[in-house]
Ligand binder design. Sequence first.
Ligand code: HEC
Length: 102
Amino acid sequence: MNRWLLLAGLPLALTAHTAHATSIYAGQARAAAVCSQCHGIKTPSAEAPFPPLAGRDADYLQTALKQYRDKTRKSDIMNAIAGSLTDNDIANVAAYYAKLKP
Ligand code: HEC
């Protein structure tokens, strides 16, 4: 019973400022499967100059991803990747990376 309360409370605590139930767990899964190939989890791949994401401000990350998605910020790579993300995906992945210590 206590466990239920914890599980129910966590997403709410993380998303007081958004309408969606943000999940750092979903964000982590997506980061591991997709984003980490270039950005790494904590340290970007050394082979190319990918910006680090760990510990960055969640609002900054969300804004950047939405700009890539609507192509007001140009990057062939990130326009393609962000194009398939929903608002909720963006909130999840931003919450996950923001919580990581750089
Ligand atoms: C194939 C490589 C690649 C993958 C995979 C990738 N990115 Fe990127 N990302 C880039 C590159 C290159 C840039 C720099 C683009 C530019 O010049 O604006 C970038 C930039 C960004 C920025 C802007 C950072 C800043 O400092 O402004 C964010 C945020 C970001 N990516 C998030 C993500 C997320 C979240 C994912 C997974 C859903 C992801 N990226 C997957 C290559 C990648």
